[in-house]
Design a protein around this ligand. Structure first.
Ligand code: SAM
Ligand code: SF4
Ligand code: SF4
Length: 340
């Protein structure tokens, strides 16, 4: 007889667990200045221990446990997830798990073209491609790669003509750096089903040297956009949605604004994160993870450990950011270690 399903777990602020983001590697071939600046790449090299990365079989077991506790959405991220070989095998395995409705991927798309068909055939449902500028020089300056914007745009087009259910673009806006890309980016993708999301530059990790004055607030972005096109707000598509959604009044599609700094959304946060080395993080801005690797071959203990971690969760970093003083600031985990 099958075991009865575990009851849904709720954290200390009454938030269920619905979304698991899995960092498949803490390495990346890009050097985005807001995430892994070239001058700090030694931090990645020192921290990364590829021999300790969870195997696909181990990740699948962790997803199984999370699914039993209520998770229905999986996002594969990193570092750059496409640096892991044979990703389609992992996607196929996760798709077989009861309760998982959706597998999504966040990628810089530099290595996407040759593997896209395999990923889609394995069951990938959605993709988010990071693209911070259409202007080639600016893109190169921000990302520190020699990848061509045209190649990324071609990959976006291929995604659009594939069976993927949704294609999104993540565009991190840094004040004084790339706010002039907001209108060109929307002008380019308007009229397609691509949803561009403009993300406020966040104080994730330590090495990006984030300062409040580098944030271009969503309200400023919204004003720029509303001055150019008539737009209207759209209701959230689900509880815990991170983006405020808007649509063009002429029916040419939608875009989103992710305002972690100016308008925190911790109250509905239902996301857990799994690091490459088998730690669970309950907040993007955490200073510490919970090691669960040793429990991976013990399904009952693994389930109980994850359940306890979630039940004790109180995280609401963004809502409390203003109260964080230099005194209570501990080093935070880097974005390339736990993914977006
Ligand atoms: N390498 C992949 C990529 O860039 O799409 C996946 C990992 S990356 C850490 C996930 C997302 O986090 C990307 O869209 C990236 O732009 C975003 N990101 C990284 N650092 C950020 C920061 N400090 N503030 C806001 N977004 C950030
Ligand atoms: Fe790499 Fe993504 Fe971080 Fe850029 S944002 S450095 S692509 S992990
Ligand atoms: Fe969730 Fe932490 Fe972000 Fe708040 S700050 S929305 S708790 S990940």
């Amino acid at each position: 007889m099958l075991n009865p399903p575990a009851p849904e777990v709720i954290d200390q602020l009454n938030r269920p667990i619905k979304d698991l983001r899995i960092s498949l590697t803490d390495r990346c071939q890009f050097r985005c200045n807001y995430c892994l600046p070239a001058e700090h790449v030694d931090v990645m090299r020192q921290q990364s221990q590829p021999e300790k990365h969870l195997s696909f079989a181990e990740i699948t077991q962790v997803v199984q446990a999370f699914a039993e506790l209520g998770v229905n959405k999986i996002r594969l991220t990193g570092g750059e997830p496409l640096l892991r070989k044979n990703l389609s095998t992992l996607i196929g395995n996760i798709k077989k798990i009861t309760g998982i409705d959706e597998v999504a991927l966040t990628t810089n798309a530099g290595l996407l073209d040759p593997v896209l068909d395999d990923l889609v055939n394995a069951g990938l449902d959605r993709i988010t491609i990071s693209l911070d500028a259409l202007d080639q020089d600016l893109f190169t300056q921000i990302t520190g790669t020699n990848v061509k914007v045209d190649n990324i745009l071609r990959s976006v087009d291929r995604c659009l003509s594939s069976r993927l259910k949704q294609v999104k673009i993540n565009c991190v806006i840094q004040k004084g750096v790339n706010e002039d890309q907001i209108i060109p980016m929307l002008a380019h993708f308007r009229g397609t089903s691509v949803v561009v999301r403009f993300i406020e530059f966040m104080d994730v990790g330590n090495i990006n040297g984030w300062q409040p004055k580098q944030v271009f607030e969503s309200q400023q972005a919204l004003k720029l956009i509303a001055d150019r096109w008539p737009i209207s707000p759209k209701p959230p598509s689900n509880v815990g949605e991170v983006a405020n959604r808007f649509e063009f009044d002429d029916g040419m599609g939608e875009f989103g604004l992710i305002s972690s700094i100016s308008e925190p959304f911790c109250q509905d946060c239902n996301r857990a994160r799994l690091s490459t080395q088998g730690e669970i993080y309950t907040c993007l801005f955490a200073t510490q993870g919970h090691h669960i690797k040793a429990l991976i071959n013990k399904p009952i203990e693994l389930l109980e450990a994850i359940s306890q971690i979630w039940k004790q969760r109180k995280d609401q970093y963004s809502s409390q950011r203003k109260n964080t003083t230099a005194k209570n600031k501990l080093p935070k985990v880097e974005m390339f270690v736990i993914g977006g």
